[in-house]
Ligand binder design. Structure first.
Ligand code: FES
Length: 80
């Protein structure tokens, strides 16, 4: 699905940019060029960024736990 018509960007391009290091909406815009032509995609791109960035952080955290690189305990083990 095309997210930004002006730059012909798909949702996968947004998630790839996040995986490649875009840690903010501003960084995403700078890397992809989205949202700067007509701006019609901005709200959709912001929503997608939030979802993909949250997923990315969760995956990073889980990978650290599984690799033993974190002192955090899995969620279920920290309950009362
Ligand atoms: S649709 Fe993204 S800048 Fe126009």
């Amino acid at each position: 699905m095309i997210v930004c018509v002006c730059k012909a960007l798909r949702e996968r391009d947004i998630s790839n940019a996040v995986e490649q290091g875009c840690q903010s909406y501003k960084a995403l815009v700078e890397k992809t060029g989205c949202c700067v032509e007509c701006g019609q995609c901005a709200s959709k791109v912001k929503a997608m960024f939030r979802v993909h960035h949250s997923d990315f952080l969760t995956c990073q955290s889980n990978a650290k736990i599984l690799n033993g690189d974190s002192d955090e305990l899995p969620f279920a083990a920290t309950g009362t």
